[in-house]
Design a protein around this ligand. Structure first.
Ligand code: GTP
Ligand code: MG
Length: 448
């Protein structure tokens, strides 16, 4: 039952100027009335705000403003209200407890948004974009999330679904009236070209999505190199804090150390790793395994070399290992006499003296291509769940193409097309299962 009265503190936990308690459900106004001293909230007009006190057992708990909304014209689609308390932790909790002892239950994380979805106020992509807005850490991430909130993701998916639906419709006509069209002519001349075109469109969306994901969620950037070249010093320089331990002992970093940094429109999720070399030390060996895993997952690699020394075997191995990656070669220790020679393009820095950071930053912006990402093009997805669904739909279309090419019965082809149509429907929340909804909304904040 989703019109049960729920409430939760919607503002961040801590002392501030105001705290807001959100309430939603069929009978919320009469329930809040039980603890509210002021106008009768069941009689006031919707979309109005009312001054008063929250009290319990004759004791005034707080002075508040209550905004009142009537379903279906509210965020959740149900009757709802928001109680603006003074922004202290203790008083807000007392008001919350008073509500809980007068017929409310505490909302689960994301439950308000889930109700908004179930009541048709927002679709699934909009609900997800609300969370993406909250976690945005740069301008592009925010713009892409707002773009999705404004239903642009939905429009993109719906336009693909419409094309699939029109194919399904022509197949259905053919099945119902077999004499209507020649089946082989139909698969070869109508269905196959349409599927091939749609497949190309989906591939194009997936290609643009790679940059969009990096823009929205940050670029997984691994700092790798053999021991002692200055990887941890570079991490500290970039983060402008002494996050990782730096010593002159080779093999100092044993585990991966993470930090996040935003440069203009690019957020880098940096990982400093254990120096990669051949070793017999068990702990160091495990650290090196982790470095290699981080390297595999990385979308961008900063390969650090020590400019004061000639290249060693471990450096050559790393140059080879990272050659197909999006990488920047960073030659460190430029303050010392240089003894390194390398044919490839590289940047020179001194992590110790914080020299070369600006050049490194501008190279990072260039190599990630994020600055070319145009949010309003609307030819991308930035949510990983959506991308996974499009990939599944794409493989369904591939199997439909195979079926066409091998002259399968048209109703066999229809199964694949319908499957793709359903998979795209999962993105916007058509026929979504309870399991998916529970999983998705549980990641939301409490009170959202
Ligand atoms: N002269 C000079 N020394 C540096 C520079 N950057 C780092 N170092 C020194 O090099 C040594 C190793 O630095 P780290 O940052 O710990 O190197 P690392 O690559 O993280 O080493 P591992 O964690 O052992 O793999 C330390 O003594 C640093 O002070 C630099 O730009 N110039
Ligand atoms: Mg280190």
């Amino acid at each position: 039952m989703y019109d049960e009265a729920i409430c939760a503190i919607a503002t961040a936990y801590g002392v501030g100027s105001i705290s807001i308690i959100r309430c939603s459900g069929e009978n919320v106004l009469s329930l809040v009335n039980k603890v509210f001293k002021g106008r009768d909230l069941t009689k006031v007009k919707p979309n109005t705000i009312h001054y008063g006190y929250i009290h319990e057992n004759g004791e005034v708990l707080d002075e508040v403003l209550v905004s009142v909304f009537h379903g279906p014209k509210s965020f959740t689609g149900e009757n709802s209200c928001e109680i603006n308390c003074h922004g202290g932790i203790y008083n807000t909790n007392r008001v919350l407890e008073a509500l809980l002892s007068h017929g409310f239950r505490l909302a689960q994380p994301g439950e308000f948004s889930k109700r908004a979805f179930l009541n048709g106020r927002i679709d699934l992509t909009q609900a997800e974009s609300i969370m993406d807005i909250i976690s945005s850490s740069n301008e592009l991430a925010l713009k892409a999330s707002v773009n999705s909130l404004r239903k642009n993701t939905t429009k993109l998916i719906e336009s693909m679904r419409e094309k699939l639906l029109s194919l399904i419709a022509s197949i259905e006509v053919n099945i119902d009236y077999p004499e209507y069209d020649d089946a082989i002519v139909m698969t070869e001349e109508i269905i196959l070209p349409a599927i091939i075109e749609l497949k190309a469109e989906m591939n194009n969306v997936l290609e643009h999505s790679k940059i969009a994901v990096m823009a929205v969620h940050g670029v997984k950037t691994a700092i790798v190199g053999r021991p002692n070249v200055g990887k941890s010093s570079l991490l500290n320089m970039m983060l402008d804090e002494e996050k990782a331990i730096v010593t002159d002992i080779a093999g100092t970093t044993r585990d991966v150390i993470e930090g996040s940094l935003t440069l203009g429109n690019v957020t880098l999720n940096l990982i400093d790793t254990a120096g990669i070399r051949h070793t017999t030390d068990e702990v160091e060996r495990i650290g090196i395994e982790r470095s290699k895993k981080a390297l595999e997952k990385a979308e961008l690699v900063l390969l650090v070399l020590d400019g004061s020394k000639p290249l060693e075997n471990d450096d050559y191995e790393l140059l080879e290992l990272t050659k197909n990656k999006n990488r920047i070669i960073v030659v460190n220790k430029s303050d010392l006499k240089q003894n390194l020679s390398l044919d490839e393009k590289y940047l020179t820095i001194s992590a110790k003296n914080k020299f070369g950071l600006k050049e490194l930053e501008s190279e990072l912006l260039k190599i990630t291509k994020i600055n070319n990402f145009n949010v309003s093009d609307n030819n991308y997805l930035s949510n990983t769940r959506h991308i996974a669904k499009v990939k599944e739909a794409l493989s369904s279309l591939e199997s439909a193409i195979f079926a066409c090419n091998n002259h399968y019965d048209v109703d066999m082809i229809e199964i694949d097309i319908k499957n793709a149509w359903n998979l795209l429907g999962d993105i916007i929340g058509q026929n979504s299962s309870d399991l998916l909804l529970d999983e998705l909304f549980s990641k939301f904040c409490l009170g959202k």
